[in-house]
Design a protein around this ligand. Sequence first.
Ligand code: 6PG
Length: 489
Amino acid sequence: MTSQFGMIGLGTMGRNFLLNVAEHGFKCAGFDIDAAKRDLLMAEGATLPIEAADDLAGFVSRLAARRSIMLLVPAGPIVDSVIADLVPHLEPGDLIIDGGNSHFPDTERRQAELAARGFEFLGVGVSGGEEGARHGASIMIGGSPDAYERVRPILESASAKVDGEPCAAHVGLGSAGHFVKMVHNGIEYAMMQLIAEIYDLLRVTGPNADSGSVVADRDLANVFAEWNTGELNSFLIEITATVLRKTDGETGNSLVSMILDTAGQKGTGKWTSQAAMDLGIPVPTIDAAVTIRQISAQKQQRVTLANAFAKRSSRDHKFVIDNAEHEEKAAAGPAASIGEIGTALHAAFLLAYAQGFAMLRAASDERGYELDLVEIAKIWRGGCIIRAAMLEDIRAAYAKEPGLANLLLDQHFTNVLSKNTDAVRRTSLTLTAAGLPGMAFAATLNYLIACATERLPANLIQAQRDLFGAHTYQRTDRVGTFHTPDWAS
Ligand code: 6PG
């Protein structure tokens, strides 16, 4: 019997995804140039309807006509070289699915090139890491709906399920799948940076503040674990607690305190910021998260500057937060309480989602993706890295008003965020007062304030532009375009 589904690239993601599909009863074939990876697939899939081929020709010949072949290889030129090697073995009508984190302009180019030769091509975002690939991912499909129908049962079977609904959907046309996955990752960067800033704040100024000790980090783990039982319930909060509990076997310190403070990045966050700039949609929390990862990578320069500038000392600031309730603390002073910080983190997460969804709304119109934001919120509820309970409210908001330009305009979110603006403000102020870089929190706070400010000082910028470049301006009291030739007189 021929195989119904093929996978090229049997690394962690490809192997686990294929095992997942085979476990759902689909006969599968896999190929990788690395024999060790093929052997691992066969060992792990010994009881499953799965086979590995030694070469591309053998792999392709194992697949049933109107082949469906997924690639899970590193994004970039490798995708092009795999496609170039594969295509001579294919027949018109065969379908290639790129499941990697490809940049959407590459997906558009590949779609056009392959369509000209009679092949189908879907750009598909797959989120959830190793665990998701093996046991249920969030799968964002972009391209022709007809091509998706051919593999729909397979991709739905491999997806996570929430309330019985698959976390796999056709999100839009063309490169929409990879665009949506890119924005997912931008939101992921934002949420991770917001969490990191709160970790920093609690570590330096929180109860039992004792940087690097297991006890302190375990205390922090408990805070995050507690938050995960409430409105902050999400994968990233959950794993933060898990990470903070881990002890380093060599030193006895918490493992996280022994990890060098330079964050890596493979580009999806930066692409999100770049694409948002092109669309003219502000995503300052994502921008800040990318910027801070860049600063984190400048370790040597930071060490030099830390010595040159006065070293911060939270103890000198006598800035200690505690467990006091929000109201008491609000009366007592500017420092945020732990409860209030949790409220602020929840609001900041919502604002990060709001930025990402606003970007998707604009991209849908400008790029002709015809994105279904309700489906996107739905399939992000399970399997993916940014899954969170609050996505249910986001889904409901778009179900009510599919054309919503920004989540802030939804009555529920207007209410929640206006109620919690002070928590975000006080958390951002507490970070600043403690001498900690809270760039993502500050960006988020200022996004919220600016979006809800009726009159910004952009009038001054317009006046300056008109003075030095005759760029003209509009007036508040009458319609028209104006220029003042004699600003200095
Ligand atoms: C996911 C993740 C996944 C990957 C990130 C990491 O959704 O499963 O987003 O795609 O872990 O791309 O990105 P950085 O290496 O840029 O942090």
